[in-house]
Design a protein around this ligand. Structure first.
Ligand SMILES: CC(C)(COP(=O)(O)OP(=O)(O)OC[C@H]1O[C@@H](n2cnc3c(N)ncnc32)[C@H](O)[C@@H]1OP(=O)(O)O)[C@@H](O)C(=O)NCCC(=O)NCCS
Length: 179
């Protein structure tokens, strides 16, 4: 499929959406969409956006609120006067595209969309500094190449999936984009 990421059409998940044929190659991500996403949404736990190319459902992403701990060695950088126990974030709880649409720029575009969304949250009434993801190990390079860093606080040491974060404020305010 010759998908053009800029032509993806986002639609919030509703009961009416046809999800049966969605296949990203990962059983857990397929099943989450088919069986759990709507319940999570109804219970205010996570919100899912479906992505269509023309009439075809080609991907989805699911966001929820998050808060992360920073290691002592990182805290001075973020706030010099007061200690903040945890830092607000939006978590990419799930993201997946059908196999035909992988490696064509769609995932990268969605990361940009989420950065814009975090910026919007800040403009409209709530502080939110980071984007987080518990990445599949085999996918962590995708995020690291795009500016995500490891969460190094001890709380994340035992995580089955590497805990990563992207600092939206630094990205917006410092031309280097690095922490
Ligand atoms: C992981 C995933 C969401 C990434 O989305 P994606 O749309 O494939 O990501 P992109 O196409 O933006 O980037 C992936 C690679 O394709 C390359 N690419 C982007 N556009 C391209 C194009 N037009 N032609 C060829 N390659 C391209 C990118 O350079 C990138 O490689 P890099 O990471 O080495 O730089 C997607 O592959 C996926 O759904 N995988 C299955 C489910 C999954 O693993 N989900 C993530 C769980 S953490």
């Amino acid at each position: 499929m010759d998908v053009d990421p800029s032509k993806l059409e986002p639609r919030l998940l509703t009961l009416e959406a046809r999800l049966e044929d969605f296949d990203c190659g990962d059983v857990d991500l397929n099943e989450f969409l088919l069986r759990d996403a709507l319940t999570y949404q109804d219970q205010y736990l996570a919100k899912t956006t479906l992505l269509y190319f023309g009439s075809k459902l080609v991907g989805y992403y699911t966001l929820s609120c998050d808060a992360i701990r920073l290691d002592v060695s990182e805290k001075n950088f973020f706030h010099r006067r007061k200690q903040i126990k945890s830092y607000p974030a939006i978590k990419i709880a799930r993201i997946a595209f059908i196999k035909d649409c992988q490696n064509k720029g769609c995932g990268s575009l969605i990361l940009e969309v989420v950065k814009g969304f975090v910026h919007k949250i800040n403009k409209e009434g709530a502080g939110c500094r980071f984007i987080t993801v518990d990445a599949y190990s085999e996918r962590k390079e995708f995020y690291l190449k795009r500016g995500f860093k490891y969460n190094i606080h001890k709380d994340y040491k035992e995580n089955a999936h590497p805990s990563l974060r992207f600092d939206v404020w630094t990205w917006l305010h410092k031309s280097t984009g690095s922490e």
